[in-house]
Design a protein around this ligand. Structure first.
Ligand code: HSE
Length: 421
């Protein structure tokens, strides 16, 4: 019999305990051994957790229990779970974690500490979708060319409602929180940080890139307006908050930002709280994974898959490789060197010569306009100008925006969104 201890019996922890009990027959058949939860640890013992397992409020009740084989870490946070997971691994206990923030900051140290002791984390990325298993095992023969995905359900729900129903930002954020998908601090969702944690985990498996959230380009959905939504619709785009990892000539691009993508692409059709990840391998071509990115049972499904793999002895190295990947070593491409197409939105005087002065400035940066739309403004003397550009370098568009903002004919901030073709 295998004994499990759960640190953090919230929504996911309670689902783990209940599924292990309710689906015990098939789980035992698949694992080859009976798996029981011996103990759970919570912060607040007075709250009813809806589980049939003994609870206490002291992590040492699990860490110091020699009978517990597998520790499931569902505490949240970064430094406290790091100390706890380290202690569990050092005492030879296998660990399963759903904690993406912990891994975004400490995955390489934990890999070192774990050595041959299993440390599994399927639930950390895209909830119930078995993307970690797919990348560590199923795609192991491939050089990964790109990963592109909707890795945050809250923002996908919000964007879907904004685009399909014209819903207001604050109201839908509240709705997403009520659905139980949003992080305790929703700025993690809307600011793109939650998605960045997941992207960094995938980028380590695919490319061996040891970066932290602070090292990569992260933008949230806070500044998207109905004007952007209208433009996207008219030009055949959908707006999605994407996590993108892409191998290019000089390194690997890692970025999270709202993105205009063709309405015909599969990812564009992923609506509501669902997640989807497309991975392109050099041999297999494009593969795509879709499913619930959060929620108690969906996330617990991934946690239990890890427990079963550990019991079967199927775990392998934490990041899927023992030595460095890609012989020459792939480096994170500096943000300024990213090359893509851009969308710009600005408010300008409705006068002759305005367009000419804008394109004159863009020409100085060698930025070429691909399409353009003019929309009325509430002030009759102004209009909204919306452009897309041909491919150019991030540094050029950023510099051009600074120069454009200084023109007398342009008012307020210039909004920018990246386009993926
Ligand atoms: N807040 C996350 C989301 C939960 O909305 O997808 C899963 O990490």
């Amino acid at each position: 019999m295998i004994k499990v201890g759960i640190l953090g019996v919230g929504t996911v922890g309670a689902s783990v305990a209940n599924i292990l009990e309710e689906n015990a027959d098939i789980i035992e058949a698949r694992a080859g051994k009976k798996i029981v939860v011996k103990h759970g640890v919570v912060k607040n013992l007075s709250k009813d957790r809806g589980v049939n397992i003994p609870l206490s409020d002291n992590v040492d009740d699990i860490l110091n229990d020699p009978e517990i084989d597998i520790v499931v870490e569902l505490m949240g946070g970064v430094e406290k779970p790091y100390a706890v997971v380290k202690k569990a691994l050092e005492s030879g206990k296998a660990v399963v974690t759903a904690n993406k923030a912990l891994l975004a900051y400490h995955r390489y140290e934990l890999q070192e500490i774990a050595g041959d002791t299993p440390l599994m984390y399927e639930a950390s990325t895209a909830g119930g979708i078995p993307i970690i298993g797919a990348m560590r095992n199923g795609l192991t023969a491939n050089h990964i060319e790109s990963i592109q995905g909707i890795m945050n359900g809250t923002t996908n729900y919000m964007l879907t409602k904004m685009i399909n129903e014209g819903a207001k930002y604050d109201e839908i954020l509240k709705e997403a929180q009520d659905l139980g998908y949003a992080e305790a601090d929703p700025t993690f969702d809307v600011g793109g940080f939650d998605a960045s944690h997941k992207l960094l985990i995938l980028a380590s498996i695919a490319y061996g890139i040891d970066a932290k959230p602070e090292d990569i380009l992260i933008e949230g959905i806070e500044n998207i307006t109905q004007t952007d939504v209208t433009f996207a619709k008219e030009f055949g785009y959908e707006i999605k908050l994407l996590g993108i990892a892409k191998k290019v000539e000089n390194g690997v691009e890692l970025r999270v930002h709202p993105t205009m993508i063709s309405q015909n692409s599969m990812i564009a059709k992923v609506d509501g709280v669902m997640n989807a990840v497309s991975v392109v391998g050099d041999r297999v071509g494009e593969t795509m994974y879709y499913g619930a990115g959060a929620g108690g049972d969906a996330t617990a499904s991934a946690v239990i898959a890890d427990i079963v793999d550990i019991v079967r002895g199927n775990h392998g190295p934490m990041l899927g490789y023992k030595k460095g990947l890609e012989g020459s070593g792939l480096e994170l491409l500096p943000e300024e060197e990213i090359v893509t197409n851009y969308y710009l939105r600005m408010e300008v005087d409705d006068q002759s010569g305005v367009l000419a002065s804008i394109t004159r400035e863009l020409e100085k940066f060698n930025i070429s306009i691909e399409s353009m739309l003019q929309k009325p403004h509430s002030n009759d003397e102004r209009v909204k100008l919306l452009f897309t550009t041909h491919k150019c370098q991030e540094a050029k568009i950023q510099e051009a925006m600074v120069v454009l903002k200084k023109l007398d004919c342009i008012y307020g901030e210039i909004a920018m969104m990246r386009i993926e073709k």
